[in-house]
Design a protein around this ligand. Sequence first.
Ligand SMILES: N[C@@H](CCC(=O)N[C@@H](CS)C(=O)NCC(=O)O)C(=O)O
Length: 227
Amino acid sequence: MYELYIANKNYSSWSLRPWVLMRELAIPFGEHLLRFGNASTWDRYREVVPSGKVPALVDGATTIWDSLAIAEYLAERHAGVWPAHSSARAWARSAAAEMHSGFGELRNRCSMSCGITVRLHESPPALERDIARLSALWNEGLARFGGPFLAGDAFGAVDAFFAPVAFRVRTYGLLLDETAGQYAARLLNLASMRAWYADALAETFRDVPHEAETLQMGTILSDLRSV
Ligand SMILES: N[C@@H](CCC(=O)N[C@@H](CS)C(=O)NCC(=O)O)C(=O)O
């Protein structure tokens, strides 16, 4: 049985990637949620995962501690993580890697906080460039491989890597073209994404650094989380 370590669902965008991938591919796993800010929990976690970052996947004696590495580990053992066709697979891997190492302004200015909606104080050119690139990339994949997912007819790792972005689109009301907007809505409507969202809304814990970061970037318009 795989054991997946994640952090609070409202905030932890990196955790969402393997979680949604495994849920959509029906790969069973045990879930371990570490609460942000709980120092003793994270100290104990570092004994297993020295990077001290989530997500991490533990498979018996093997620990994999990065979301992209987890996708590759799963791809060695399960069908459907990457597309079967070589050119779709190359595209999907490139797009996931671009998300993994890029979109810095989107990531920093619009940090994931599923349960709220926010009006940004400003939308600088760097953010506009990230959003334009996102739309172009999603449109390219959907047109080239026929949809409804980025690299073809089945949800895979590339979609999992953009799943946190779909929450960001909703939280910050990011303006996408029609095709990209429909794709974001499609992701949000997946059973696994609705389950993650419901869990995020049920969290009563608030992480002070995450909350401060949001307030620095914008004004909270609504907060649907439990109190
Ligand atoms: N490259 C890593 C990034 C992981 C990462 O930054 N995780 C954040 C959570 S969303 C974390 O563990 N933060 C805890 C900390 O820095 O103490 C991956 O893709 O798995």
